[in-house]
Write a protein that binds this ligand. Structure first.
Ligand code: C2E
Ligand code: MG
Ligand code: MG
Length: 587
């Protein structure tokens, strides 16, 4: 109990003495002189009511029962109706006989007591002390309760904040937005759920360190805040994902300027530790009620739309539409099935000839992954590889491809007494794992001559400008393996990559070969790439050669190698073996 009393509010309790006779009030005050409380007095029921309602810390009322006008009972009845005075204990002081005790008992529900006139000093003092003690305990409990309540409020607020950016977090959204949507009901008001994923954030973390990454996330949050109104919400879901909630929007179209602004904000360079860093963002939008009536659906659909923005080349936005839902279902099916694809041996490889442009003779082949799933049938690599990368399966799949491609090409070379090169596509993910390097090292000891092996890398990989990666690439090349840049011209093409990295070959993307020889822009571009690559001592492969005219044109430009349906489609192992035999016999 003593413990509880510690920290009691510094205010003193107040006792209200009510009696119509001045002499009686004086007598009571004298008795209570040494009690640890402030005494105030009223000379009528009415005055007692007015005082009780406005006096803070009112711990006890001493109430004469028989008074002219309003009696003590009536006054207490009123007090019990008021929230502020309902629980203030009352001691009735009465000259009545004990047989009136019954009517007093009617008040027993409240903290009510009674005392008979003439007042016995000791009895009054002991009752008053009991009530004061109760008041003290009650106020301590109340202040503890208040403390707990405010601590609980703080904890709740913190649990709904992202500690890095100070923005609301996922929990905040899921605890608050559903009820806001419910309130919108049929009110014709719209709300946009905007799902944002930063593009290229991982590179920032890897290249400049986590502190720089954290700083970028904070600045990004601030930039998003700068483009919304105070009633809107900017939240960070975690990682490099943000959600903006735009409230009370007039129509679906009026959010487009906001989306453009968000894209511009994220593509404006960030200055981090003295470096200017450029990223981007992919944005998906779902609008209430057009695209869903509950928050879960809106979040899923804005996520689907964001995925479409990524697929469309990143740094752009997409608004949800029904066809995305089908694509979402398909994606989920692929993600589900890809879990078991290796184990069920559903993968196979096709080989597509790579020919010497000058002679048209096969000099090598590219291994291309094929997946035939029991439920989904044939699924193209462009569709499943990004999902295998996102779900953590690509390293194992890539290892399988490399191992199988090398052993197949070994057999082909042996059977045909040839020295064909083998090109294998390698996902950027594989460069983060030891498997690739260990596998290559092991080949060295096996029968494959490593300088027949060419790893096709993407320009995206070289965006990661870290020393670590550079060393790994140099050590691969040091072991005899060649590197080529696939789909050159479609990504972040930069001459500086070609100079900085030990790349041997540039593969011009099919998109630029397609227009040859008629399309002047394509012709200029292909010419420029060949001249530039040759200037840097690199070889050039043209992809997607489908016509003789294209081939002849490439010959004139001095392109080194070519690949495409004109020479051969990608073929399964056995057919490829036949093809090679045929070609080499003919030549
Ligand atoms: P890529 O590496 O650029 O492969 C060339 C793609 O162009 C292949 O598509 C091939 O079938 C197609 N192609 C070749 N010649 C022609 C032509 O004359 N006309 C047309 N229209 N297309 C042609 P595919 O096999 O669907 O592969 C698509 C992409 O999937 C590949 O593009 C590559 O980026 C990726 N990929 C395939 N296999 C693997 C793999 O084992 N690992 C990784 N990481 N990626 C792979
Ligand atoms: Mg390739
Ligand atoms: Mg390619």
């Amino acid at each position: 109990m003593e413990d509880l009393k510690q920290g009691v509010a510094s205010e003193r309790p107040v006792i209200l003495i009510t009696d119509d006779l001045f002499a009686n009030r004086l007598a009571l005050k004298k008795i209570l002189k040494h009690v640890d409380a402030d005494l105030i007095e009223a000379d009528s029921g009415n005055q007692a009511l007015s005082l009780a309602l406005v006096t803070p810390n009112l711990a006890l009322i001493l109430m004469d029962v028989q008074m002219p006008g309003m009696t003590g009972f009536e006054a207490v009845e009123f007090l019990q109706e008021e929230a502020t005075t309902q629980h203030v204990p009352v001691i009735f002081i009465t000259a009545a006989h004990r047989d009136e005790q019954n009517s007093l008992l009617g008040y027993a529900a409240g903290a009510v007591d009674y005392i008979y006139k003439p007042v016995n000093t000791e009895i009054l003092l002991s009752k008053v002390r009991v009530f004061l003690e109760m008041w003290t305990l009650q106020s301590v409990l109340q202040s503890k309760l208040n403390e707990l309540e405010s601590a609980h409020k703080v904890i709740n607020e913190l649990s709904q904040r992202d500690s890095l950016t100070g923005l609301p977090n996922r929990r905040f959204l899921f605890e608050n937005i559903p009820s806001e949507l419910a309130r919108l009901g049929h009110s014709n008001k719209k709300m946009a759920v905007i799902f944002i994923d930063l593009d290229g954030f991982k590179n920032v973390n890897d290249t400049f360190g986590h502190e720089a990454g954290d700083a970028l996330l904070r600045i990004a949050g601030g930039r998003f805040l700068s483009i919304v109104r105070p009633l809107d919400i900017v939240a960070r879901l975690g990682g490099d994902e943000y959600v903006i909630i735009l409230k009370d929007i007039a129509g679906d179209e009026c959010i487009i300027p906001k989306l453009k602004e968000a894209v511009t904000q994220m593509s404006t360079p960030f200055v981090l530790a003295g470096h200017s860093v450029t990223i981007g963002c992919s944005i998906g939008v779902a609008i209430y009620p057009t695209h869903g009536s509950d928050f879960d659906t809106l979040m899923n659909r804005s996520d689907e739309a964001m995925y479409e923005a990524k697929k469309a080349g990143k740094n752009t936005f997409r608004i949800y539409c029904d066809s995305m839902d089908k694509q979402g279902v398909r994606r989920r099916e692929i993600v589900e099935q890809i879990n078991y694809a290796l184990q069920r041996e559903e993968f196979s490889l096709n080989f597509q000839a790579i020919v010497d442009v000058a002679t048209g003779i096969i000099v090598g082949a590219e291994a291309l992954l094929r997946w035939n799933n029991e439920l989904l049938g044939f699924v193209g690599p462009d569709e499943f590889i990004p999902l295998a990368e996102a779900t953590g399966h690509m390293n194992n799949i890539g290892s399988w491809v490399l191992g199988f491609a090398v052993s197949t090409m070994n057999s082909v070379n042996k059977a045909c007494n040839a020295q064909l090169n083998l090109a294998v596509n390698v996902s950027p993910i594989q460069f983060q794992h030891a498997d690739l390097y260990e596998q290559v090292a092991a080949f060295n000891k096996s029968s494959l001559t490593l300088n027949l092996l060419e790893l096709e890398i993407t320009e995206g990989l070289l965006m990661d400008d870290s020393e670590g990666l550079k060393q790994k690439l140099f050590s691969l090349v040091g072991s005899g393996v060649c590197l080529s840049i696939d789909d050159f011209g479609t990504g972040y093409s930069s001459l500086s990559y070609l100079k900085r990295y030990p790349v041997d070959t540039v593969k011009i993307d099919r998109a630029f070969v397609m227009g040859l020889p008629g399309d002047e822009d394509d012709a200029v571009l292909v010419k420029a790439i060949i001249a530039m690559a040759h200037g840097l001592g690199k070889k050039v492969i043209a992809e997607g050669v489908e016509t003789e005219a294209q081939w002849r044109f490439l010959q004139d430009l001095g392109c080194d190698l070519a690949q495409g349906y004109y020479f051969s489609k990608p073929l399964p192992e056995e057919e490829f073996m036949h093809y090679v035999k045929e070609q080499l016999e003919v030549s």
